[in-house]
Design a protein around this ligand. Sequence first.
Ligand SMILES: Nc1ncnc2c1ncn2[C@@H]1O[C@H](COP(=O)(O)OP(=O)(O)OP(=O)(O)O)[C@@H](O)[C@H]1O
Length: 324
Amino acid sequence: MALLEVKQHSLFFHGDERTFNILDRVSFHVEKGEILGIVGESGCGKSMLAGSIMGLYPANVARKEGSILYEGKDLLAMSAKQRERYRGEHVSMIFQNPNTSLNPVITIGKQMIDIISEHKRMSKKDAKNLAIKWLGEVGLAQAEDIFASYPHQLSGGMKQRVVIAMALSCDAELIVADEPTTALDVTTQFQILRLIKRLQKEYRVSIVIVTHNIGVAGYLCDRIMVMYAGQVIEVGPTEQILRNPVHSYTKGLLKCLPGQGKNIDELYTIPGTVPSPLDFPSGCRYSSRCQLAQPHCKEHAPQLEQLVVGIYTACFYPEKECEA
Ligand SMILES: Nc1ncnc2c1ncn2[C@@H]1O[C@H](COP(=O)(O)OP(=O)(O)OP(=O)(O)O)[C@@H](O)[C@H]1O
């Protein structure tokens, strides 16, 4: 059984005049010890889906459909209290901005002891030792000094390491990381990505990483799931997605990656923008930007279907080559 299995999950929101759809029949799974990357441009619904996996929803959600099964138990059928327990015991979230997870007026050490004590029965002294062990484990030299520091005394990269240490110190089985390196400078980004990769290998934790950067997912993930306008449009093993993508949107995302020696003027961008959820096209949601789109694509919505084993795409013309 997969650790996490999301089936036909849709989210509808209350708008000013009507309800509208943000996630549309999203289905995927995460195996134990796997890293899955959720990739797409801004506004594709990645963060909303990350929230769903955590059982966290904005106040204006009108309707949730489908199921989100964690070890076979459906989050959507749980009470708010059960979902809180699920978050406490099994999953942990890493946000783009580490300050979201850290209290500015409490030392790192006290925050870590509090969080460890919530999850494990142990003396304060043992919790302190465990916290310091984890601070060292995530590459923070002088872990004792970090333990005694306040968040504002640390750099962004150091704070993100602390947040990772917090997640692992509570034995989270699934970590949901929403753009965990986007706020960091390029060098620090690489260091944090390398750290996540090393820790995942060592502790066999499952990770869902949300990123707009398909290169980041390519480096870190076992499989990549590409989203567009609230729908999954391609899923497959990382090698396959990087070398032989089948959906023209995925090809476009790959083409946007900066190459060596390219300056900003030479970078490719996919023409057009992601449609607003208030205005999703009725056929294929990518059809207005797709150079392969046929009249049929504007009228009918392709379903996510298995092309070959393990590779799924929602496109009527997946085999065709295109410029993007
Ligand atoms: N509380 C809300 N009520 C209504 N619409 C929302 C709400 N939060 C987000 N949205 C809309 O839902 C869509 C998906 O947003 P989401 O933040 O999940 O996208 P994303 O792919 O994570 O993009 P980004 O990387 O910019 O966060 C967007 O069109 C966004 O404007």
